[in-house]
Design a protein around this ligand. Structure first.
Ligand SMILES: [Ca+2]
Ligand SMILES: [Ca+2]
Length: 212
Protein backbone atom coordinates (compact mmCIF):
# COMPACT_ATOMS: atom_id res chain seq x y z
CA UNK A 1 0.00 0.00 0.00
CA UNK A 2 1.36 3.41 -0.94
CA UNK A 3 2.01 5.78 1.92
CA UNK A 4 0.58 9.04 0.60
CA UNK A 5 1.76 11.11 3.51
CA UNK A 6 -1.34 10.60 5.61
CA UNK A 7 -1.08 8.96 8.96
CA UNK A 8 -3.45 6.13 7.97
CA UNK A 9 -0.58 4.05 6.52
CA UNK A 10 -1.69 0.45 6.73
CA UNK A 11 1.03 -1.73 8.25
CA UNK A 12 1.18 -5.34 7.16
CA UNK A 13 -1.19 -7.27 9.35
CA UNK A 14 -0.01 -10.42 11.17
CA UNK A 15 -2.25 -12.54 8.96
CA UNK A 16 -0.67 -11.14 5.83
CA UNK A 17 2.78 -11.63 7.31
CA UNK A 18 2.01 -15.31 7.83
CA UNK A 19 0.76 -15.68 4.25
CA UNK A 20 3.91 -14.01 2.88
CA UNK A 21 6.05 -16.19 5.14
CA UNK A 22 4.32 -19.35 3.93
CA UNK A 23 4.64 -18.21 0.31
CA UNK A 24 8.37 -17.57 0.70
CA UNK A 25 8.82 -20.89 2.49
CA UNK A 26 6.96 -22.67 -0.32
CA UNK A 27 8.99 -20.96 -3.05
CA UNK A 28 12.22 -21.69 -1.19
CA UNK A 29 11.31 -25.35 -1.08
CA UNK A 30 10.72 -25.64 -4.83
CA UNK A 31 13.27 -23.21 -6.28
CA UNK A 32 16.39 -25.39 -5.90
CA UNK A 33 14.76 -28.15 -7.95
CA UNK A 34 13.51 -25.64 -10.50
CA UNK A 35 16.98 -24.20 -10.98
CA UNK A 36 18.34 -27.71 -11.68
CA UNK A 37 15.60 -28.45 -14.18
CA UNK A 38 17.12 -26.21 -16.81
CA UNK A 39 17.08 -26.59 -20.61
CA UNK A 40 20.56 -28.20 -20.60
CA UNK A 41 19.07 -31.18 -18.78
CA UNK A 42 15.61 -31.40 -20.34
CA UNK A 43 17.02 -30.63 -23.79
CA UNK A 44 18.90 -33.93 -24.01
CA UNK A 45 16.44 -36.22 -22.21
CA UNK A 46 13.44 -37.78 -24.01
CA UNK A 47 10.38 -35.56 -24.37
CA UNK A 48 8.26 -37.72 -22.04
CA UNK A 49 10.84 -37.63 -19.23
CA UNK A 50 9.49 -37.54 -15.70
CA UNK A 51 12.21 -36.71 -13.19
CA UNK A 52 12.21 -38.97 -10.14
CA UNK A 53 15.26 -37.57 -8.39
CA UNK A 54 18.24 -35.25 -8.75
CA UNK A 55 21.49 -35.58 -6.83
CA UNK A 56 24.62 -33.43 -6.89
CA UNK A 57 27.99 -34.95 -5.97
CA UNK A 58 31.62 -34.95 -7.03
CA UNK A 59 32.21 -38.31 -8.71
CA UNK A 60 35.64 -37.69 -10.24
CA UNK A 61 37.24 -35.86 -7.32
CA UNK A 62 37.91 -32.57 -9.13
CA UNK A 63 36.03 -30.59 -6.44
CA UNK A 64 33.22 -29.75 -8.85
CA UNK A 65 29.83 -31.41 -8.51
CA UNK A 66 28.22 -33.46 -11.21
CA UNK A 67 24.45 -33.86 -11.53
CA UNK A 68 22.88 -37.32 -11.48
CA UNK A 69 19.30 -37.52 -12.73
CA UNK A 70 17.02 -40.53 -12.19
CA UNK A 71 13.97 -40.40 -14.44
CA UNK A 72 11.37 -42.41 -16.27
CA UNK A 73 10.71 -42.40 -19.99
CA UNK A 74 8.16 -44.65 -21.67
CA UNK A 75 8.15 -47.73 -19.42
CA UNK A 76 11.80 -47.45 -18.42
CA UNK A 77 13.66 -45.94 -15.49
CA UNK A 78 16.94 -44.39 -16.55
CA UNK A 79 19.93 -42.70 -14.97
CA UNK A 80 22.03 -39.99 -16.63
CA UNK A 81 25.00 -38.07 -15.30
CA UNK A 82 25.76 -34.50 -16.34
CA UNK A 83 28.90 -32.51 -15.71
CA UNK A 84 29.42 -28.81 -15.81
CA UNK A 85 31.00 -27.55 -18.99
CA UNK A 86 31.45 -23.80 -19.56
CA UNK A 87 28.48 -22.94 -17.37
CA UNK A 88 26.17 -25.58 -18.83
CA UNK A 89 25.24 -29.13 -17.89
CA UNK A 90 26.62 -31.55 -20.44
CA UNK A 91 25.67 -35.23 -20.60
CA UNK A 92 28.67 -37.28 -19.47
CA UNK A 93 27.36 -40.79 -18.84
CA UNK A 94 24.16 -42.68 -19.43
CA UNK A 95 23.11 -46.07 -18.07
CA UNK A 96 21.99 -47.13 -21.57
CA UNK A 97 19.10 -49.07 -20.10
CA UNK A 98 21.28 -51.25 -17.87
CA UNK A 99 20.39 -49.82 -14.48
CA UNK A 100 17.75 -52.43 -13.58
CA UNK A 101 18.46 -55.12 -10.99
CA UNK A 102 19.29 -58.69 -12.00
CA UNK A 103 15.64 -59.68 -11.51
CA UNK A 104 14.52 -56.84 -13.75
CA UNK A 105 13.34 -54.33 -11.17
CA UNK A 106 13.83 -50.64 -11.84
CA UNK A 107 15.59 -48.50 -9.23
CA UNK A 108 13.20 -46.73 -6.85
CA UNK A 109 15.64 -44.13 -5.60
CA UNK A 110 19.15 -42.82 -5.83
CA UNK A 111 21.72 -41.63 -3.34
CA UNK A 112 25.17 -40.16 -3.98
CA UNK A 113 27.70 -40.63 -1.18
CA UNK A 114 31.43 -41.21 -0.79
CA UNK A 115 31.09 -44.68 0.75
CA UNK A 116 34.81 -45.58 0.87
CA UNK A 117 36.44 -42.27 1.82
CA UNK A 118 38.46 -41.75 -1.36
CA UNK A 119 37.03 -38.28 -1.96
CA UNK A 120 34.89 -39.43 -4.88
CA UNK A 121 31.17 -40.04 -4.58
CA UNK A 122 29.55 -43.32 -5.54
CA UNK A 123 25.99 -43.86 -6.76
CA UNK A 124 23.69 -46.00 -4.64
CA UNK A 125 20.62 -47.31 -6.44
CA UNK A 126 17.81 -48.97 -4.47
CA UNK A 127 15.41 -51.67 -5.67
CA UNK A 128 12.41 -53.33 -4.07
CA UNK A 129 12.75 -57.07 -4.46
CA UNK A 130 11.48 -60.42 -3.10
CA UNK A 131 7.86 -59.31 -3.70
CA UNK A 132 8.54 -55.98 -2.00
CA UNK A 133 9.69 -57.65 1.23
CA UNK A 134 13.33 -56.62 0.80
CA UNK A 135 15.33 -53.77 -0.66
CA UNK A 136 18.48 -54.31 -2.66
CA UNK A 137 21.17 -51.65 -2.71
CA UNK A 138 23.80 -51.41 -5.40
CA UNK A 139 26.90 -49.23 -5.10
CA UNK A 140 28.37 -48.00 -8.38
CA UNK A 141 31.77 -46.37 -8.63
CA UNK A 142 32.97 -44.20 -11.49
CA UNK A 143 35.89 -45.35 -13.63
CA UNK A 144 36.95 -42.33 -15.68
CA UNK A 145 40.36 -43.51 -16.85
CA UNK A 146 39.01 -42.69 -20.29
CA UNK A 147 37.25 -39.40 -19.48
CA UNK A 148 35.43 -39.39 -22.81
CA UNK A 149 33.88 -42.80 -22.06
CA UNK A 150 33.32 -43.09 -18.31
CA UNK A 151 31.81 -46.26 -16.88
CA UNK A 152 30.24 -47.10 -13.52
CA UNK A 153 31.22 -50.44 -12.00
CA UNK A 154 29.17 -52.27 -9.36
CA UNK A 155 31.42 -52.49 -6.30
CA UNK A 156 28.85 -53.89 -3.85
CA UNK A 157 25.32 -55.25 -3.90
CA UNK A 158 23.25 -56.82 -1.14
CA UNK A 159 19.83 -56.41 0.43
CA UNK A 160 18.04 -55.48 3.62
CA UNK A 161 14.75 -57.03 4.78
CA UNK A 162 12.19 -55.72 5.57
CA UNK A 163 12.97 -52.97 3.04
CA UNK A 164 15.49 -50.51 4.49
CA UNK A 165 18.65 -48.67 3.67
CA UNK A 166 22.13 -50.05 4.43
CA UNK A 167 24.08 -48.36 7.19
CA UNK A 168 27.11 -46.41 6.00
CA UNK A 169 29.81 -46.04 8.61
CA UNK A 170 33.10 -47.43 9.81
CA UNK A 171 34.22 -50.76 11.23
CA UNK A 172 37.45 -50.17 13.12
CA UNK A 173 39.46 -47.96 10.75
CA UNK A 174 37.69 -49.15 7.61
CA UNK A 175 34.74 -47.60 5.84
CA UNK A 176 31.86 -50.05 6.00
CA UNK A 177 28.40 -50.80 4.66
CA UNK A 178 26.04 -52.89 6.79
CA UNK A 179 22.98 -54.84 5.62
CA UNK A 180 20.44 -56.49 7.92
CA UNK A 181 17.84 -59.19 7.45
CA UNK A 182 15.36 -59.95 10.17
CA UNK A 183 14.98 -63.62 11.05
CA UNK A 184 11.65 -65.16 10.10
CA UNK A 185 10.00 -68.58 9.88
CA UNK A 186 11.60 -68.88 6.45
CA UNK A 187 15.15 -68.61 7.70
CA UNK A 188 17.85 -67.02 9.75
CA UNK A 189 18.56 -63.33 9.72
CA UNK A 190 21.87 -61.53 9.75
CA UNK A 191 23.80 -58.37 10.28
CA UNK A 192 26.37 -58.39 7.52
CA UNK A 193 29.19 -55.87 7.31
CA UNK A 194 31.34 -55.13 4.29
CA UNK A 195 34.61 -53.25 4.82
CA UNK A 196 36.62 -51.26 2.30
CA UNK A 197 40.12 -52.72 2.13
CA UNK A 198 41.55 -50.01 -0.10
CA UNK A 199 40.58 -51.80 -3.30
CA UNK A 200 37.12 -53.28 -2.76
CA UNK A 201 34.36 -53.94 -0.26
CA UNK A 202 34.69 -57.40 1.27
CA UNK A 203 32.62 -59.09 3.95
CA UNK A 204 34.36 -58.48 7.27
CA UNK A 205 31.69 -59.45 9.80
CA UNK A 206 28.49 -61.44 9.84
CA UNK A 207 26.32 -62.02 12.87
CA UNK A 208 23.59 -64.61 12.36
CA UNK A 209 20.20 -64.15 13.99
CA UNK A 210 18.58 -67.56 14.49
CA UNK A 211 15.08 -67.95 13.17
CA UNK A 212 12.40 -68.03 15.89
CA1 LIG B 1 33.55 -33.54 -10.25
CA1 LIG C 1 34.29 -42.97 -2.94
Amino acid sequence: MINNGNTDFDPIQPGKTMIIFLLVAFLSSILPAASLANPDVYGVLPADTRILQYSLADFDGDAREELAVLYTTADETRLTLFREDSGHWSRWWDDNGAINSQDGNAPRSLETVDTNGDGRAEMLTYYLTEKNTAMAARILALDDQDPANPVFNVILEDMTAPPGYPLLGTEGQAFSVTFMRMASEKGNGYRRVYCWNGEKFEKCKEIVWEKP
